[in-house]
Design a protein around this ligand. Structure first.
Ligand code: GLN
Ligand code: ZN
Length: 756
């Protein structure tokens, strides 16, 4: 039996790549310094896999920002506006990722979207009519040769043609079928080049085929691969993940691939498909049985049973991760504070390598090794994670708990009268820049270097500064700035019972940005108020309304590592009840507007549309409603959602029954506006008037024209004005002028009154 890894994390176990990249962005180091760290990391990652006897070790899974962007650049899919900047290759690449504002010009970044059902975000390649696909780049070959020089024959990973074509944005007149020949010949050239440098296998990643597919899609898939692999001189692994391939199983198996990678964790039907339809003798099955997305240990007994089953149908099996390990943290070794009683249940990327190695040995030798026995007893002993009171409270929830009264229109009228806000109220999404002093205050407190009083005092001073700044900028609705929060989910995790957290378990979210998801260990409850003191203090400093800031249950769940022993629905309801208590306590303490962020609502939407309602929305939307259904009519509930497509769940979002919602659209070109209009979206809304993920400062005119565009689709009484996301990651220098421009734009518009 052999083992394989689909992809390894690349940011560095202590986020080394993040830190050098950010230094490079600030011009503090040269490109050589950056390249050097990158090469060291690649070497480490190869070696650690080698030490764990992995047979199929990936290469080209490294990226300076994102693999989709790498693929675009590999094929010269670079819109003209970036080429026109006449920057070096690497700077053009970063300009596409982050936008560019400097002496060579001023361009926005490409759009960014969630990578399937993960919390990773990819850069959306854009194909304009000037684009001609050619194999321009050399990254995959360079990295293959680099590994070869280290004595490791890797499997280069390339995003497959089908997934690439499905995720590209066509901004000109050309469409998929206009560029098939270009694309297939570029992929053939890749295979050719790899055969020349003696690669044995290439992995084409095709996660897109785990969606519901139309017959057109299947035709396209067939047409692409018939051509791409027709004269292949290298073995081709078609790798899928994040689900099963029930819609194209027959077609995929009839194509001339040498290996097929299937996901047996999220692919609910992978096993039954094979049982029902069999598996060709001349192909290798790469069986994704080690979960690449969650941090719980693999259940060896269960996995061995699956492999035994599969052996009846497949002549050659490779034990594989279920997806790239990019989605889990590096190593438990960095967790010096986590107690052994917890740790013994977990496996991060490095530990997953040894799980693969264990499994290989157990299966090959057919012996119940020590590792097997330990694993068995772990899975067959009680885990301390149940809270009877919570279970009781959950069982007592009834229909009424999901309905807020009075209805939206009645509340809206009351709130309008009470708040008396100007047209196009201006606000922000919550956090203000987390400058070095803010972070060091928090870390000093955590390390016990300063007292609780000192910690609180400092944050109060920051809150006071933040309120004063908002007065100066002239915003209408204020926030307290979220200085006490490291992360919008981790912070709540730390304050809820049932959670445990890590020190260094970072996972890449986009570019250089990482998150450290907390772990849901047991039943969740709130033991004391979490945010109330901060919000009440901020409100005491101003006559303007200050929003209370919470994270919603679905996002808390989606950005945590979930339990595997109870359902997501049950877990979401437990969190919802805890946040509900916080909402009511904020209200009792005089907070009149409460924002409950559901940044990640769409994230865990099943990839197959046919599963959306029954497997997800049917509990996710009620979980949100459960949080706010208890407030008074005049308390205004806001929610916020991050970069995503919403058009297809727009009615579910309206059904969350918030009073105001802010979206991120400035990076996806206002597509959503049409859908708001078509669906008579009832909730008041701000699509986010500028992109905070990019350091460029939007001008007043730019924001104003953005707003005018919005006003074509949203009635003036319903439009709010704010940046598209929290400002935590931004610098003060870019934030203040951007917000000032935003407020000016809103004021101009009010004055001109010519928006209809
Ligand atoms: N209120 C949060 C903040 O401003 C929301 C962040 C987010 O949507 N990712 O930081
Ligand atoms: Zn956001």
């Amino acid at each position: 039996m052999k083992t394989s890894v689909i992809g390894y994390p690349r940011i560095g176990s202590l986020r080394e790549l993040k830190f050098v990249s950010e230094k490079y962005f600030k011009n503090e180091i040269t490109v050589d310094n950056l390249e050097k760290t990158a090469a060291e990391l690649r070497k480490q990652h190869l070696n650690i896999q080698k030490q764990n006897n992995i047979d199929f070790i990936p290469s080209n899974d490294f990226s300076f920002y994102d693999n989709m962007l790498d693929t675009a650049v590999l094929f010269d899919i670079i819109p003209k506006r970036y080429k026109n900047l006449k920057l070096s290759d690497i700077d053009t690449y970063f300009a596409m990722a982050r936008g560019y504002q400097g002496k060579n010009g001023d361009v926005k970044a490409l759009a960014m979207k969630k990578w399937f059902n993960t919390n990773y975000h990819y850069i959306v390649p854009e194909f304009d009519d000037n684009t001609k696909i050619t194999l321009k780049g050399s990254k995959p070959f360079d990295e293959f040769l680099e590994a070869k020089a280290l004595g490791i024959k890797t499997v280069p990973v390339i995003i497959g043609a089908f997934t690439l074509l499905k995720l590209i944005r066509f901004s000109g007149n050309k469409r998929i079928y206009d560029i098939i020949d270009e694309i297939t010949s570029a992929y053939r050239e890749i295979i050719d080049k790899f055969s020349k440098i003696e690669a044995k296998w290439i992995q084409f990643s095709e996660p897109y085929i785990v969606h519901d597919l139309e017959s057109e899609d299947i035709k396209l898939l067939n047409c692409l691969y018939k051509d791409i692999i027709k004269e292949k001189k290298v073995k081709i692994l078609l790798q899928t993940y994040f689900g099963d391939i029930r819609d194209c199983f027959d077609e995929v198996l009839s194509l001339d691939f040498d290996g097929i990678g299937l996901d047996f964790i999220e692919g609910k039907e992978s096993l039954s498909l094979i049982k029902e339809k069999g598996f060709p003798e001349n192909k290798t099955l790469f069986a994704g049985v080690v979960n690449g997305k969650n941090i719980w240990k693999n259940n060896y007994a269960k996995t061995c049973k699956t492999i035994e089953e599969l052996k009846k149908y497949c002549s050659e099996i490779v034990i594989n991760t279920s997806c790239s390990l990019l989605h889990v943290p590096y190593t438990l070794k960095n967790e010096t504070k986590l107690e052994e009683k917890y740790k013994k249940y977990f496996a991060f990327a490095e530990e997953k390598l040894s799980e693969l190695n264990d499994l290989k040995y157990i299966i090959d030798s057919d012996t119940k090794t020590e590792a097997y026995k330990n694993n068995y007893s772990l899975f067959n002993s009680e885990r301390d994670c149940i809270d009877k009171n919570i279970r009781k409270r959950i069982s007592e929830i009834n229909e009424k708990d999901f309905i807020r009264l009075p209805d939206f229109n009645k509340r809206r009228k009351l709130q309008k009268e009470k708040f008396n806000l100007p047209l196009f109220p201006t606000t922000t999404i919550g956090s203000f820049p987390q400058t070095a002093d803010v972070k060091s205050n928090r870390s000093s407190y955590k390390k016990g270097k300063i007292s609780k009083e000192e910690y609180i005092d400092f944050n109060r001073r920051k809150i006071a500064e933040c309120i004063a700044l908002q007065e100066e900028i002239g915003l209408d609705i204020f926030v307290h700035g979220e200085y006490e929060r490291n992360d919008m989910v981790e912070y709540f995790g730390e304050n809820l019972k049932g959670y445990i957290f890590t020190e260094k378990a970072w996972v890449q979210s986009y570019g250089t940005r990482c998150v450290k998801p907390p772990i849901i260990w047991g039943d969740i409850s709130r033991e004391k108020a979490i945010t109330v003191d901060w919000s009440v203090y901020a409100q005491s400093l101003t006559d303007k309304l200050v929003k209370g800031m919470l994270t919603g249950p679905v996002t808390i769940l989606n950005w945590s590592f979930p339990r595997e022993d109870i359902s997501l629905k049950e877990c979401a309801y437990q969190i919802a009840l805890a946040i509900r208590d916080e909402v009511l306590e904020l209200e009792t303490n005089g907070i009149k507007i409460i924002q409950i962020d559901e940044a990640a609502l769409r994230e865990k939407l099943p990839l197959r549309k046919s599963d959306w309602q029954k497997e997800y929305l049917d509990w996710a939307i009620p979980a949100f409603r459960l949080v706010h259904s208890g407030v008074k009519a005049e308390t205004q509930i806001h929610t916020h959602m991050c970069y995503s497509e919403f058009t297809d769940i727009i009615s579910a979002i309206d059904n969350m029954d918030a009073d105001v919602i802010t979206f991120e659209t400035s990076r996806s070109d206002l597509h959503i506006l049409d859908s708001l209009k078509e669906n008579n979206f009832k909730t008041e809304v701000s699509p986010g008037v500028y992109d905070i993920h990019s350091p460029r400062i939007p001008s007043v005119d730019e924001i104003k024209s953005e707003l005018l565009q919005m006003l074509n689709k949203i009635s003036s009484e319903k439009l709010w004005v704010n940046p598209d996301c929290g400002l935590k990651t931004r610098g003060t220098d870019e934030t203040i002028p951007s917000l000032k421009n935003m407020v000016k734009a809103a004021k101009l518009l009010r004055k001109e009154n010519n928006y209809r």
